[in-house]
Design a protein around this ligand. Structure first.
Ligand SMILES: [Zn+2]
Length: 440
């Protein structure tokens, strides 16, 4: 495929960029930014029950069968082992929207959420929240339909800012009223309301939007009725989830699917109290991103729920120092390469299938939209080969002067450190195996 080549020179003066002076941004393949995003939070759905790689056990050691959610696990960028800092609803929801490990309800009200960032970028922030959610979370929304309690027959409430477009207000009103047809005794139907509403709204919204959907059925089923009802409720998610994915795909909308925390079982389910909180069934949650900015891959390694917010913004192509891109998980289909120089210099990037991209007059460049491959960076009268696998930094400030660190520590993405550690641990393991084998 012939690459569409665009040369855009922008200057940004915020965040990491500010530390290096002006950052020149040059874009190779201009992937269209999604017109919106949906983040689906399946309350209480642990990865142990829905990922084919895992086996769940009750606290007495009884195996619990898993559920196949093909629409969740068969496409997009899937993170294998993502763990929550606190397996409890309010803190976990706070972590999801702030990316902060110690986040709580109070922090959500201080201008530190993805909603604040997205609103500044012109996105409308909407939410469908079963299981209530707290006041600060509700106040972050331009428009929200929420439930005061966890009752399956609940009467949802509509909240909207004065400037919410009337057409969007009407949409929310229609779905609040439609809940009556879903209410009853089934946790699966309760969940389906959220997924059906989201799919319909994705199809109808015609301005940039971020829709947060929290479906509470599985969590309630686990607490009130135990493992069988929990699994049955999760199993019923697959079909409506598929319809939501189709709706997103049709509009080019980015879809993220995750959970706030997992679930463990004795007779009934639990996750926050002492006997459950340390268990992997409570700590491990699914995370899948589907949509053009996300690659098709399974990401190995152990990660934290704090990465969800920066990853969402990275995939939407939004830069915000409150959510540094180096904290995003490497899930993007197209990578970025940052080149840092001693002072203002010209630079040239070459690669297979890539017409040379040139820039001049800056000491920091960011090349956006790069396919995986080997590139050559020409700067300071030298050529540097760089294998671009995911976002990375070529720091040429240290070439002539090892002590030139006036901007602080060089920027090394955490996943790189993590990968290096994993390789080391594996090597150590192999060494042990080899010694045992030799010894035997
Ligand atoms: Zn929860």
């Amino acid at each position: 495929m012939i690459l569409a080549l665009f040369l855009i020179l922008l200057s940004a003066s915020s965040g990491n960029c500010a530390a290096h002076g002006e950052m020149a941004i040059l874009t190779a393949e201009n992937a269209a930014a999604p017109p919106g995003a949906v983040l689906l939070v399946m309350d209480g759905v642990g990865a142990s029950y829905v990922y084919p790689e895992f086996q769940a056990y009750s606290i007495t050691g009884r195996p619990i069968p898993g559920i196949k959610l093909l629409n969740l696990t068969s496409r997009g960028a899937r993170v294998l082992d993502l763990r929550v800092p606190v397996p409890s609803t309010s803190p976990a929801h706070s972590v999801l929207v702030t990316g902060q490990r110690d986040a709580d309800e109070a922090l959500v009200g201080t201008g530190s959420t993805v909603f604040d960032t997205l609103r500044e970028e012109g996105f409308l922030c909407l939410a469908l929240l079963q299981r209530g959610d707290f006041q600060n979370m509700l106040e972050e929304q331009d428009g929200v339909v929420y439930f005061e309690d966890n009752s399956l027959c609940g009467d949802p409430t509509l909240g909207a800012r004065a400037d919410l477009p009337p057409s969007v207000q009407l949409m929310l009103q229609q779905w609040r009223n439609a809940f009556a047809a879903y209410a009853g005794s089934s946790y699966a139907r309760y969940n389906r309301w959220g997924l059906d509403a989201a799919a319909d709204m994705v199809g109808r919204l015609d301005q940039p939007f971020f829709l947060l959907v929290n479906i509470g059925g599985a969590d309630s089923a686990a607490h009130a009725r135990g493992a069988d009802q929990y699994l049955e409720t999760i199993s019923a998610l697959d079909a409506p989830l598929g319809r939501l994915m189709e709706a997103c795909q049709e509009k080019g909308v980015l879809l993220g699917v995750t959970a706030d925390h997992g679930m463990s079982f004795s007779n009934r389910g639990g996750h926050a109290s002492a006997q459950y909180a340390e268990r992997l069934e409570s700590l491990r949650i699914p995370l899948v991103f589907v949509g053009d900015p996300a690659d098709d891959l399974i990401l190995d390694g152990i990660w934290s729920q704090t990465a969800v917010a920066p990853t969402l913004l990275r995939l939407l192509g939004i830069d915000d120092p409150r959510f540094p891109a180096d904290r995003a998980l490497p899930l993007a289909r197209l990578a970025r390469l940052t080149v840092l120089l001693q002072g203002p210099q010209s630079v040239e990037l070459n690669g297979t299938d890539l017409k040379a991209i040139k820039g001049s007059g800056s000491s920091a460049y960011r090349f956006e939209g790069l396919k995986r491959g080997t590139y050559t960076v020409k700067a300071l009268d030298a050529s540097h080969r760089v294998d671009v696998i995911s976002d990375q930094v070529l720091d040429l400030r240290r070439v002539d002067q090892a002590s030139a660190r006036q901007d602080g520590e060089p920027f090394v993405p955490r996943w790189m450190v993590g990968s290096a550690l994993i390789v080391l641990i594996n090597l150590a393991g192999l060494l042990v195996v080899w010694r045992v084998w030799r010894g035997g």
